[in-house]
Design a protein around this ligand. Sequence first.
Ligand SMILES: Cc1cc2nc3c(=O)[nH]c(=O)nc-3n(C[C@H](O)[C@H](O)[C@H](O)COP(=O)(O)OP(=O)(O)OC[C@H]3O[C@@H](n4cnc5c(N)ncnc54)[C@H](O)[C@@H]3O)c2cc1C
Length: 266
Amino acid sequence: MPCDIVVCVKQVPHPDYLNKISIDPTGGTIEREGVPALINPGDRNALEEALGIRDRFSGRVIVLTMGPPQARKALEEALAMDADDAIHLCDRAFAGADTLATAQALAYGIRKLEHFDLILCGNTTIDSGTGQVAVQLAELLDLPSIIDAEELTFEDERSLLVKRIWERGYIKVRIKLPAVIAVTAKINQPRLPTVLGIMAATQKEIKNWTAADTGADTGRVGLDGSPTQFFEMSEFHAKRQGEILQGSPEEAVTLAIDKLVEREIL
Ligand SMILES: Cc1cc2nc3c(=O)[nH]c(=O)nc-3n(C[C@H](O)[C@H](O)[C@H](O)COP(=O)(O)OP(=O)(O)OC[C@H]3O[C@@H](n4cnc5c(N)ncnc54)[C@H](O)[C@@H]3O)c2cc1C
């Protein structure tokens, strides 16, 4: 039962450097200069899940990113983790995309593929983290989707049982393939690239597709295709209200708990 899986990966700033990045207050874009980048952590979980499925059932794992030239590094890392193919959607026309324009670009890229059974995404990114792209992608491709997935089990060639978070527990949902599924960090422990993997990756091709290569309508991708646009940025200033609780330590703790419960913090 071969299963061809597309994994959408986004290159994001390294989490150790998140306090070093800034947002351009005029354009709303992230200023990444001098900040190391990596594959969005949740996308590494999506990739690990895809690799596990491929290793069990055969098929190919195709990693897909939309991003500037430096996003190629994310694809190189994914290939070193043992992905089979990599596609880089890279064009000025894709720049400045909001989530819908990002999903549009990914959808154009995916439509160009000869065949796929499943699309895996991370649930959310660690930079802008809207969690919108996977479901928008599913809508654009007219596919079913599930987010918050923590376990995938094949029932047969064309259907999966997905355990997903729901309120304070889980539900299991059956989904027919092809489908888009966004996974959480709990689904698995992503592998690290091995030296052999890194060497093998240098022999694998990364396809560069421009907007024209995918047949994209440039009015639907990038800044021109973005119905949401950055408007204004301001800092949130939290007001602090100190209060010293009187009584013995036990009484003070009980009082503190009561106050937290009252404010629905606990
Ligand atoms: C601070 C900030 C706030 C923003 N708020 C909004 C907003 O409210 N609405 C809006 O439309 N745009 C917003 N944007 C723009 C948004 O960041 C971009 O559209 C971005 O390309 C995708 O959004 P995301 O990182 O939130 O993706 P998410 O929806 O969080 O990503 C989910 C998954 O989709 C896949 N994915 C996402 N981007 C890519 C990619 N480029 N290539 C391959 N796979 C990908 C990955 O698997 C990822 O794990 C914001 C940007 C910033 C900097």
